[in-house]
Design a protein around this ligand. Structure first.
Ligand SMILES: [Zn+2]
Length: 265
């Protein structure tokens, strides 16, 4: 015999399941993260990004994100070592993501919210003046982040903030404001090539690369031959290479920016 409370309980459970299904089934996505997914990111607007990296990426058909900044302070202020804003605009026209790495490469723990806002806005306005869309991706200078910085970035409509940490990124469980990455440089070749194997089971491998080569910051330089070795490993290993912004489709709804935050700034 089915009692009235049992029927009510069954109805409640069915309702709860329906609600749970509804809340987990957004109109679009998230998609399941495929194995062998790699995000390539390039920091600091180094000249070789324009002269060497972008042409090589185009030869392989690989998208990427370029996190751009200026270095107005000596000893890093020699502008001949960096891309011009016109060259950055050209990367955008060629389909690469150009994104924010602060105006003056200032570490986010060294700025109050007003200064951080100014540093973000400078790059946002530069990119807009070049015809690029308002950036949705940010990279923490020197991999430094703080809870206040995360809040401010989220309030300004950013979706991703990439940091360091040498581990794979899980878009379902990790905060997109704390996207971990490995850095390729002269001393980390073996570590990075081994890390590619971690791009599986819902995890994405995000790589940070500076200049190829990087004469402005030699401690993070990547030799051209090593970079080409990475590109060959990605192609021969059947990896899918994307830009940071392309990861949005794998984010659960609750990790995507609210519509109000995505308004122009
Ligand atoms: Zn940097």
């Amino acid at each position: 015999m089915i009692t009235r409370p049992a029927v009510l309980l069954a109805l409640c459970l069915a309702g709860a399941l329906a609600c749970a299904r509804t809340s987990r089934a957004p109109a679009r996505g998230p998609e399941v993260v495929p194995d062998r997914l790699v995000v390539l990111t390039f920091d600091d607007a180094v000249k070789s990004h324009y002269t060497t990296v972008a042409p090589l990426l185009e030869r392989y058909g690989f998208p990427a994100t370029f996190f751009v900044t200026e270095f107005p302070q000596p000893p890093f202020s020699d502008t001949t070592l960096y891309m011009t804003w016109a060259q950055i605009g050209d990367l955008n026209r060629r389909g690469f993501e150009v994104a924010n790495h602060t105006w003056r490469h200032t570490h986010v723990d060294q700025m109050d919210s007003a200064r951080f806002t100014d540093e973000l806005r400078y790059v946002e306005e530069k990119l807009r003046s070049l015809g690029a869309s308002t950036p949705m991706s940010f990279a923490d200078p020197a991999y430094v982040t703080t809870p206040d910085a995360v809040r401010l970035l989220r309030d300004r409509g950013y979706t991703f903030a990439r940091t360091g940490g040498d581990r794979a990124y899980d878009p379902v469980h990790d905060d997109p404001m704390l996207v971990p990455s490995w850095t390729l440089r002269e001393t980390s070749r073996d570590t990075v090539l081994a890390a590619l194997h971690e791009a599986r089971d819902g995890h994405i491998v995000v790589l940070t690369i500076h200049g190829v080569p990087d004469t402005a910051h030699p401690w993070v330089t990547t030799p051209v031959a090593m970079f080409e070795e990475l590109l060959r490993a990605l192609r021969e290993g059947g990896y899918r290479v994307v830009a940071m912004r392309d990861v949005t489709r794998y984010l659960p709804t609750e990790r995507r920016p609210a519509a109000a935050h995505a308004a122009p700034r």
